[in-house]
Design a protein around this ligand. Sequence first.
Ligand code: FNR
Length: 341
Amino acid sequence: MYYDYYAGGAEDEHTLRENMQAFHRITIRPRVLVDVSQVDMSTTILGYPISAPILVAPTAAHKLAIPEGELATARAAAAAKTIMVLSYSSSCSIEEVASSCNAVRFFQLYIFKRRDISALLAQRAERHGYKAIVLTADTPRLGRREADIKNKMIYPPEKNLEGLISINIQCVDQGSKLETFANQMMDASLRWEDIRWLRSITSLPILIKGILTHEDATRAVEAGVDGIIVSNHGARQLDFSPAPVSVLEEVVDAVKGKVPVLLDGGVRRGTDVFKALALGAQAVLIGRPVLFGLAAKGEGGVRTVLEMLKNELETSMALAGCPCIKDITRSHVRTEHDRLP
Ligand code: FNR
């Protein structure tokens, strides 16, 4: 049941496959005879230095993978000198994760019908040194995840959402209990105007996650967000939404460099990171590979996943003739939209 929950996507899982396949359709245009005796992957996000443009995406309930849960993930992210985005549905509390490592952390938030709960979570994160709020905007309700519906997916009580305040939810005895829970919590009436409310309750920078069109990218910039994450929630929300990498350039063009653009969904190789950067992303985030590393070998497994991606990116940069992150440009990739010269 937990494997299905981690691995699965919405409905026919067309978008789940597409998230990876869209990367496969992009080729890299390497340059030769560039001095790549030193390759430097370091960069910054919102001014915070990281060793490579690969962050840990917010994913729920790490205790389903191992008993230590998010504490192990946070230590692995710190060891890799990168940023972890803690999910609102973390199975360890905001405070526990904060005291387990001194790495830079962001906190992912949904806005609930009960605004006081969202406000409290954001303020707890700010008080405990989280450096940004990641507002996930693609979840007015949960997508139709058929594996979870068949499995009657539920978190066991001992792995409850410590990050949240316990709320009594009426669970029906069929379908995904998670879906029932989420749909009772989420404020499906949320609108762009509500970003102003979020601004009023936190002084942290706000990144908006779940943008897939130039229209929404433009609105996000107008709404004053500090960054955009191009994402389809790991293909768990709307099936047949586009693969993030296939719409990245559209978003980057609309944003015109006003705020950083990040991407997640289907990043499995260093070459994928390279391609996303060439199309204008400042960094990528990784979801499922981190969970699988965690389930296989705890903190060490997540470290291995992050090291593998970093090593692959380093090799890709060397072989493509890019000694630094800023050397990776649009002309280093060819997409299916590019005409052959
Ligand atoms: C997620 N994701 C997610 N996103 C979010 O904003 N809040 C959340 O609580 C969760 N929870 C969650 C659980 C699980 C099991 C998965 C797989 C994903 C989405 C996540 O942040 C990210 O967008 C995707 O996981 C990226 O795609 P890949 O790397 O998994 O392909």
